[in-house]
Ligand binder design. Structure first.
Ligand code: ATP
Ligand code: MG
Length: 264
């Protein structure tokens, strides 16, 4: 199972939009056994927007179970997406429950024949849930808005990742797929300038190749609980579908090296 976390400790930057589209996209991938993938989606955000967008997919328990020793994680439920959704217990997850959540997730991650992918959507604030997500993940992708303080947010996130690598991963690196400009308004000179400045400061290695533009179709897709490529055909939906599929294809292809590691 390959695990990817969508995280940025800033609110409203497009984390959930990307996370649910990634789950939908991965679930359509054909695996080595010629079957579609099994994808576990874990909604760690108490706002529950990811779980809501995926409410028509298979429901497989609650993400808070991860933090309770006595609760089991869901068995692979079949092809497609299985969702562990948020509930009120998530708000009271304490740092003290993090070590056992990490142990529990890691043994689940190592089980053979389970899920092919796990996509974790995270809240915009630092705490036990984000610590756990970064501790257990293989990959990280981080949507960023080209707004004021974008660079500060990027630095904060890199510092958080480093802290988790030291404190909970014995130095094992998170494979950072990079910062992905999202909700990007290409008509704004200010945002274009910010994008260039961010690229200059962060470097091409940590900037994801591509941007997700501000488009109504993404919001409409989420409201309709379908990926943007399943919306009734319109020129707006088609352009958005092509844009995000290209991004998702790149993400999926960058998640492949872990497969080679697993075999070796
Ligand atoms: N590229 C986009 N174009 C237009 N609207 C978008 C785009 N991406 C996301 N949205 C919309 O913007 C809002 C915020 O997006 P989203 O919920 O994905 O952000 P988030 O980072 O998960 O927020 P939070 O930190 O609150 O969890 C939502 O209404 C979503 O539908
Ligand atoms: Mg969100």
């Amino acid at each position: 199972m390959k695990t990817i976390v969508i995280n940025n400790q800033k609110g409203g930057v497009g984390k959930t939009m990307l996370a649910v589209h990634l789950a939908w996209y991965l679930a359509e991938q054909v695996m080595d056994d010629d079957k579609e993938a099994k994808v576990l989606f874990i909604d760690l955000d108490g706002q529950g927007n990811g779980g809501t967008a995926l409410e028509n997919e298979r429901q497989s328990g609650n993400s808070a179970d991860l933090f309770e020793a006595t609760r089991q994680l869901p068995l692979p439920g079949g092809l497609g997406i299985s969702v562990m959704s948020q509930d009120a217990r998530l708000h009271s997850v304490e740092m003290s429950s993090v070590p056992q959540a990490i142990r529990k997730f890691r043994s689940f991650q190592n089980e053979k024949g389970g899920y092919d992918y796990c996509v974790i959507d995270t809240p915009p604030t630092w705490g036990a849930r984000n610590f756990t997500a970064l501790a257990v993940t293989d990959f990280l992708i981080s949507p960023v808005e080209m707004k004021e303080f974008a660079l500060g947010g990027i630095k904060n996130l890199l510092a958080s990742v480093e802290a988790v690598e030291t404190r909970a991963r014995e130095g094992r690196r998170v494979a950072n797929l990079g910062f992905l400009p999202s909700r990007f308004n290409s008509h704004s000179a200010e945002e274009r300038q910010k994008l260039q400045a961010t690229l200059d400061a962060v470097g091409t290695k940590l900037m994801f190749p591509g941007v997700i533009k501000l488009r109504d179709s993404y919001e409409i897709a989420l409201a309709n609980r379908v990926p943007v490529w399943r919306l009734p055909s319109s020129s707006g939906a088609k352009v958005a579908a092509a844009e995000i599929k290209q991004i998702l294809k790149t993400i999926a292809s960058r998640m492949e090296p872990a497969k080679i590691e697993e075999i070796a």
